[in-house]
Design a binder for this molecule. Structure first.
Ligand SMILES: Nc1ncnc2c1ncn2[C@@H]1O[C@H](COP(=O)(O)OP(=O)(O)OP(=O)(O)O)[C@@H](O)[C@H]1O
Length: 348
């Protein structure tokens, strides 16, 4: 394995999924260049995923975001061949999924991947602890061992005291916590989330997002998270891939996407985002000059403007932005205020 490959928990290259008869005859022909509607009209086929490539680093939360119909669910199902891709390769944890035999694939799905869906898929006649332990049971782990592991995860997701409840005795948010615990019980190489919180009430949804942020800080799991909600994407994603009509429009960190939207479509998406919550100092700093005071607070370029604002504005000297011991920029009060004040002046 090359060094680059070791840095990748997941690599997707030139992935296509075209639905319809003769779908495999389209790639490589001029028809493949057509927009979705024209392709459908000419051939009857739907290009759900069009030539998508990306990599996910170990421990990264990689969010795929797009409107309904953009191809997110198809993409995530192609990753484990729940939907068979029409072309392209998927390499997960060093294993080529696309060329794996059925038996190998079953094994990979069981040991390397856990999925969390919008519909919890909990077993109604099993207590919480046995739902969480289900994957371990399938793998033949002994009862005392799997119960002990399941109890740890029940505690981890904040359900202590509910281990002997049945799913229908729990709220939607609690059921989704059981789903999370069950997904984590297998200790997968990668977690795949397909709009897991879309059916929850907004406040519960926010709690669950906070829960994922907290668990992620603790466990550092590699995850691909599908959502149509930009705020969810910005909150959870280390990087975000924006899809439209099956194609990749932009891949970037939340700050990159908000600061430098790739086109009018993305610009429109991010127009309502409170920039101070997302932009980092890297995007508001200016180059240092010899006359700059070096007595101000020292901060990392990845600090979000909102977090930096209080210290920056209360100091008489500008912020020094330092990466790996090197001064890379200066942030004046004006640069902070431009972001914060612009936000406040947006009419409600
Ligand atoms: N089995 C299928 N046969 C034909 N077309 C399909 C099939 N599954 C999905 N599609 C089409 O592929 C496109 C992408 O669908 P997909 O469900 O992946 O999008 P999505 O972004 O996940 O949307 P949603 O959030 O609504 O599920 C849509 O135009 C859809 O109609």
């Amino acid at each position: 394995m090359t060094e680059a490959a070791q840095d990748q928990a997941l690599r997707v290259d030139g992935l296509w999924k075209i639905f319809g008869a003769r779908a495999d005859k389209i790639i490589g022909t001029p028809d493949a260049e057509l927009g979705r509607a024209e392709l459908k009209e000419r051939t009857g086929c739907v290009a759900a995923v069009k030539d998508v490539s990306f990599t996910v680093a170990p421990g990264e939360v990689f969010v795929v975001m797009g409107l309904s119909g953009s191809g997110k669910s198809t993409l995530v199902r192609c990753l484990t061949r729940l939907i068979e891709p029409t072309a392209g390769t998927v390499v997960l944890d060093g294993q080529d999924i696309t060329s794996a035999s059925e038996a190998r694939l079953r094994d990979l799905r069981r040991h390397k991947v856990s999925m969390v869906f919008q519909h919890f898929g909990l077993l109604p006649h099993r207590q919480v602890v046995d739902n969480v332990a289900y994957g371990l049971e399938v793998r033949g782990v002994k009862k005392t061992e799997r119960r002990a592991r399941a109890q740890e995860l029940v505690d981890l997701v904040g359900l202590t005291g509910y281990e002997h409840s049945y799913p229908d005795q729990l709220s939607g948010g609690m059921q989704q916590r059981v789903g999370l615990a069950r997904a984590l019980a297998n200790d997968p190489a990668i977690l795949l989330f397909d709009e897991p919180f879309s059916a929850l009430d907004p406040l519960i949804r926010r709690d669950m997002q906070d829960e994922v942020v907290r668990l992620q800080a603790e466990l550092q799991k590699t995850a691909v998270f599908i959502t149509h909600d930009l705020n969810e994407a910005l909150k959870l994603g280390d990087r975000i891939l924006i899809m439209r009509d099956g194609e990749v429009v932009q891949v970037g960190t939340p700050a990159e996407i908000v600061a430098q939207p790739a086109d009018a479509y993305v610009r429109d998406f991010v127009s309502d985002v409170p920039r101070s919550h997302v932009l980092t100092l890297e995007y508001v700093m200016r180059p240092p000059e010899p006359t700059d005071s070096l007595e101000g607070p020292v901060m990392d370029p990845d600090v979000v403007v909102r977090q930096a604002a209080r210290a920056a504005l209360s100091s008489a000297h500008p912020v020094q932005v330092v990466r790996d011991g090197e001064l890379v920029g200066i942030v004046d009060d004006d640069a902070i205020l431009r972001v914060v004040v612009a936000e406040e002046s947006v009419p409600a």
